[in-house]
Design a protein around this ligand. Structure first.
Ligand SMILES: NC(=O)c1ccc[n+]([C@@H]2O[C@H](COP(=O)([O-])OP(=O)(O)OC[C@H]3O[C@@H](n4cnc5c(N)ncnc54)[C@H](OP(=O)(O)O)[C@@H]3O)[C@@H](O)[C@H]2O)c1
Length: 324
C-alpha cells in the first residue's frame, strides 16, 4: 500500500509517499481502507522526532481516520463495507490502517465519509477532558483556550450542546467571531485582551468552573485567577511552554483542581469506554446537527507536506484533512 513516510525526521523533515507493507489486523482489530485522515499537531511533533508512537503502534503518522471496513474477523460487530471513523495510535496517513474495534465508530448520519475523519481525535479529547477530567455540568461556565483549533472547535460545540456557558480564547477578531458562531457566548481575542479580566467580567467576578488549556506557559498561573471557587483546570498541551512560576496560594484559596491528560497512550479498554460514551451522548448530538465537523481544508495525501506546513504556519480554523 502507499503511505506517507517521514524523510529526515527532525526540524527539517519532509513527507513523501512510499510503498509500505499493508498491515494485518490482530486479535480484536479490524482493517480499514482509509478514505481520509485528520491532521493533528502531534503529527508535526512526531515528524520532528519529538513524539514517538506508543509501543505496538504503527510508526506511520496519523491519529484518526475515516473509511470502509476492509477486513474483520467472524463475530466482529463490524462488517466488510461498513463506513466508519476511528481513533488510532498511529498509521492513519496510509491506504489501510489496522484499528482496535473498541476505537471504531459508525459514521453519524448526515456526515460524509471524508468529513468524518475530522471527528475522532477532537471529540475523544473534548469529551474526556471536559466531562471525565473537568466534570463539566449543565449551566456551569467553561473557558476553552484555543477555541479556533481542531480540539477547540469541537469542545465549544460539545460544551454548548450539553448546556454549559462557553467562554473561549482565539487569536484575532475573525476567529473570535467564528467561535461565537459555533456556540461560545464570548470569545476573547488573546492578542488584544486579558482573558482573566474578560472571564471575571463575563461571570460577575466568579470565574470559570472548568478551564480546558492547550496553551500552558503563563496561562497556567493566569488560569488560577480566571477559575471559579472549586474550579477544575485541565491541561492538554503546553504550546507556550511547559514550565511556569506560579503562586499556588490562589489555587489553595479557591480549592482548585489542576490536572493534565494525554489520549494516545491510553489502553484499548480506556478508549473503548470513551468510544461508548461518545456513541451514547455525542453521536446523537451530531445527528441533530448540534455538533458539526469544522474543516479548514482537505488535501490529497500526496500533499501531506503542504498540509503540515499549513498547520505549522497557524491561522487555520478547525481541522485539516488528507484524502487517500
Ligand atoms: N493531551 C491530549 O490528549 C491532546 C489531544 C489532542 C490534542 N492535544 C493538543 O491540543 C492542541 C490543539 O491540537 P490541534 O490539533 O487542535 O491543534 P491546532 O488546530 O493547530 O490548534 C492550535 C491552536 O492553539 C492556539 N494557540 C497556539 N499558541 C497559542 C498561544 N501562545 N496563545 C493562545 N493560543 C495559542 C492557536 O489558536 P489562535 O491562532 O486562534 O490563537 C491554534 O489554533 C495541540 O497542542 C495538541 O498537541 C492534546
Amino acid at each position: 500500500m502507499r503511505a506517507v513516510t517521514v524523510v529526515n525526521p527532525g526540524p527539517d523533515y519532509t513527507l513523501t509517499l512510499a510503498e509500505c507493507e499493508t498491515p494485518s489486523p490482530g486479535a480484536g482489530e479490524i482493517l480499514i481502507k482509509v478514505a481520509a485522515a485528520g491532521l493533528n499537531r502531534a503529527d508535526l511533533l512526531q515528524a520532528k522526532g519529538k513524539y514517538p508512537p506508543p509501543a505496538g503502534a504503527s510508526d506511520i503518522l496519523g491519529l484518526e481516520i475515516s473509511g470502509e471496513v476492509a477486513e474483520c474477523a467472524a463475530g466482529s460487530p463490524f462488517h466488510v463495507g461498513d463506513k466508519v471513523c476511528a481513533l488510532i495510535p498511529g498509521g492513519g496517513y496510509a491506504e489501510y490502517a489496522r484499528v482496535d474495534e473498541g476505537s471504531v465508530l459508525p459514521l453519524p448520519s448526515g456526515v460524509g465519509l471524508i468529513e468524518a475523519a475530522a471527528l475522532p481525535e477532537a471529540l475523544f479529547t473534548a469529551w474526556t477532558n471536559l466531562i471525565d477530567a473537568g466534570g463539566l455540568k449543565t449551566r456551569e461556565t467553561v473557558l476553552i483556550h484555543g477555541g479556533s483549533s481542531g480540539i477547540g472547535t469541537a469542545a465549544i460545540q460539545l460544551a454548548a450542546a450539553l448546556g454549559a456557558k462557553v467562554l473561549t480564547t482565539a487569536g484575532g477578531p475573525e476567529r473570535c467571531e467564528k467561535c461565537e458562531r459555533l456556540g461560545a457566548t464570548l470569545a476573547i481575542d488573546h492578542h488584544t485582551e486579558d482573558f482573566v479580566a474578560a472571564v471575571l467580567e463575563a461571570t460577575a467576578g466568579r470565574g470559570a468552573d472548568v478551564i480546558l488549556d492547550m496553551v500552558g506557559g503563563d496561562y497556567i498561573g493566569r488560569n488560577f485567577a480566571a477559575a471559579a471557587p472549586k474550579g477544575r483546570i485541565v491541561n492538554i498541551a503546553y504550546q507556550k511552554g511547559a514550565t511556569a512560576t506560579v503562586d499556588f496560594r490562589l489555587m489553595q484559596a479557591k480549592r482548585l483542581i489542576l490536572t493534565a491528560t494525554t489520549l494516545r497512550g491510553r489502553s484499548p479498554d480506556e478508549k473503548r469506554a470513551l468510544r461508548d460514551a461518545l456513541l451514547k451522548t455525542v453521536w446523537p448530538l451530531i445527528e441533530t446537527g448540534a455538533i458539526k465537523p469544522v474543516i479548514e481544508a482537505v488535501h490529497p495525501i500526496a500533499e501531506a507536506g503542504i498540509a503540515h506546513a499549513r498547520m505549522a504556519k497557524g491561522g487555520h480554523f478547525g481541522k485539516i484533512l488528507l484524502t487517500v
